[in-house]
Ligand binder design. Structure first.
Ligand code: ZN
Ligand code: ZN
Length: 303
């Protein structure tokens, strides 16, 4: 069966799955694949977790509660995913990590790789992961550590960034990480917020991660002309939650809105999809389809 590719007037090409099977490699182009596009409590989509693929390289950005099930339905499993980045500690982004750790330690015996700061490593282990996976049945019951479960890779701090930011590489993939303003909803800035992050991928794609409306963030990391597409967190209900509301995002300049695909959305998306287009956004992000970004970019002369 030939994969169905849809050429659009966007910088990406949409490529459908073959036989509903997710493939962790491709021909070398940058591909983004949302395992889910839903909000934390979505029952009609999976959670907004993003798999990035380029040639033989891949990176799983977040692994929420429902992601192991989604991967199973896609013909694969967490055991096949070897490289992880975690944006923040909500369960729709971390709830599947216990399965990742236990399967790798006790079934496949292959330790997965994770890119993380030392401070967030301690927070993630102590407040989220240790309870279910820290006990060691061998070695006299001595507790395990995060490093027993993961091959840990550091991030490089970017000292001249307008806000706290880091970079790292996974093979040919180039990632930049920045802090976001997510929780609590009362925090005045990213500096007062709990650790939460978004990414710029290969200097071409901006992915907000979970964030409240933060025009400065877009000014700092999404304005560069090299950024072809913006995947942005969105809630359909009025401002006041811990995500960017569509009624706030609609105030952004047209040049940003037309590059913007909304993601992390609620189950009432069908009632909102016409409004999304009317307001000048590119649309709603789709799950279970590859967004292929050709090299070189289409805007640089490729067909
Ligand atoms: Zn979330
Ligand atoms: Zn969150």
């Amino acid at each position: 069966m030939t994969p169905k590719s849809v050429r659009t007037n966007q910088p990406y090409i949409l490529r459908e799955l073959i036989d509903q099977k997710l493939c962790l490699t491709n021909d070398g182009q940058l591909s983004l694949f949302f395992v889910g596009v839903g909000s934390a409590f979505s029952k009609r989509h999976y959670q907004t977790n993003l798999l990035i693929i380029k040639g033989d390289d891949h990176l799983m950005v977040d692994c929420g509660t429902r992601t192991p099930q989604a991967l199973h339905e896609l013909g694969t499993s967490v055991a096949q995913i070897q490289h992880y980045y975690v944006t923040h500690s909500h369960a729709d982004h971390t709830g599947g990590l216990e399965e990742v750790m236990l399967v790798s330690r006790y079934a496949t015996k292959v330790k997965p790789h994770i890119w993380i700061t030392p401070a967030y490593q301690n927070t993630l282990w102590d407040l989220t992961l240790r309870g279910g996976s820290g006990f060691n049945e061998s070695n006299g019951g001595a507790n395990l550590s995060f490093a027993d479960m993961w091959t840990v890779h550091p991030l490089r701090w970017l000292p001249n960034s307008p806000r706290e930011a880091y970079e790292f590489e996974v093979g040919s993939l180039k990632l930049k990480v920045f802090r976001t303003k997510h929780i609590p909803g009362t925090a005045a800035s990213w500096e007062d917020s709990f650790w939460s992050t978004g990414l710029v991928i290969d200097d071409r794609v901006f992915f907000s991660g979970d964030t409240r409306f933060d025009p400065a963030l877009l000014e700092e990391f999404a304005r560069d002309p090299s950024v072809e597409i913006i995947y942005h967190d969105c809630q359909f209900f009025p401002p006041g939650g811990v995500h960017a509301s569509i009624d706030e995002l609609k105030a952004l300049p047209q040049a940003l809105r037309e590059k913007m695909l909304l993601v992390h959305y609620g189950d009432d998306w069908e009632t909102q999809s016409a409004k999304v287009v009317e307001l000048g956004f590119s649309g709603l992000a789709r799950q279970w389809v590859y967004y292929d970004f050709p090299s070189p970019p289409k805007s640089s002369g490729s067909a």
